[in-house]
Design a protein around this ligand. Structure first.
Ligand code: NAD
Length: 288
């Protein structure tokens, strides 16, 4: 396929590179002038989109997505498929779909889970929203860049699934961190907490796979001085998107709101650039 790829940052660059390795012809554009081996350079986003079978975007936020779509949609070929893999608010995702549909383009919102490691290894999970026809075009590319793709429903459903998942993750990580802080103060060993909880009803990904204390459980950012991994500011972004979405549909999310406030405080107090599991250090130092 002839693919345009716009946004060659920490995630986009390795994703584009995996498409090249699989034999696709990829033309890329990034405002920062990033170059990726094997990816042809375009002089603008519109240039990267013009005449392509598929156009993929991997951008920082919904405002940038809307402005890039305003540029690339008019350059798209009718019948081609636009796939947005950025994590953005549901409203921006739906607006992007609408712009594409008015220009007779197929479109998919397909945010990812798996981080830079998953993007590099080609093991991302894609959560997709859009028509069956659009998903059918995107799916073979998802299977190159990732190991799983779930078609969640119509336009915006991928973003909706992503923020629901990450809201649970933020809440569960705080819960696990709180449990370790409480256990420390009760004189319980961290190993005992892990051995019991990871095989009991409190088990969850934040405990079993991504344990926030060093030396316990499988290797995780805690064993690497909390180098991300998944940075606290990205968790803050996703929890903010979940709160915006909850507000717009009137869904009560008291734990999501609390998690958002705690990650806001953590990022403001020096958590920026650290893994989101370093939340345990904030909680250990906070007064009751
Ligand atoms: P990044 O900041 O490294 O990359 C974004 C890129 O977009 C940058 O290179 C930037 O120069 C480029 N860009 C900005 N405006 C542009 C424009 N107008 N035209 C062309 N390029 C433009 O961010 P990232 O970590 O690669 O994340 C990208 C998206 O993926 C975000 O929405 C993020 O929330 C999501 N995401 C990131 C991770 C992660 O672990 N990094 C995990 C899952 C999802």
């Amino acid at each position: 396929m002839n693919i345009g790829f716009i946004g060659l940052g920490k995630m986009g660059a390795p994703m584009a590179s995996n498409l090249v390795k699989a034999g696709h012809s990829v033309t890329g554009f990034d405002v920062a002038g990033v170059k990726v081996d094997g990816v042809a350079d375009a002089s603008s986003a519109a240039d990267a989109a013009r005449g392509k079978d598929v156009v993929i975007t991997m951008l920082p936020n919904g405002d940038i997505l809307r402005s890039v779509y305003a540029e690339i949609v008019p350059a798209g070929t009718a019948g081609s498929c636009f796939i947005d893999c950025s994590t953005v608010d549901v409203d921006s995702a739906r607006a992007a779909h609408e712009m594409a549909s008015k220009a007779d383009l197929l479109s998919v919102d397909a945010p990812v889970s798996g981080g830079v490691g998953g993007a590099t290894a080609g093991t991302l999970t894609f959560m997709a929203g859009g028509s069956e026809a659009a998903f059918a075009i995107a799916e073979p590319l998802f299977s190159i860049m990732g190991q799983k793709a779930v078609h969640c429903g119509p336009a915006g459903s991928g973003q909706a699934a992503k923020i629901c998942n990450n809201m649970i993750l933020g809440i569960s990580m705080i819960g696990v961190c709180e449990a370790f802080v409480l256990a420390d103060k009760l004189g319980l060993s961290r190993q005992s907490v892990f051995d019991v909880v990871s095989t009991s009803s409190g088990s969850c990904w934040s405990m079993n796979t991504y344990c926030p204390v060093p030396g316990i459980g499988p290797q995780s950012p805690a064993d690497n001085a909390y180098k991300p991994g998944f940075a606290a500011e990205l968790m803050l972004k996703d929890l903010g998107l979940a709160q915006d979405a909850a507000e717009s549909v009137g869904a009560p999310t008291p734990m999501g709101a609390k998690a958002h406030a705690l990650y806001r405080a953590f990022v403001d107090q020096g958590g920026k650039g650290r893994d989101f599991s370093a939340m345990i250090e904030k909680l250990a130092n906070d007064p009751r």
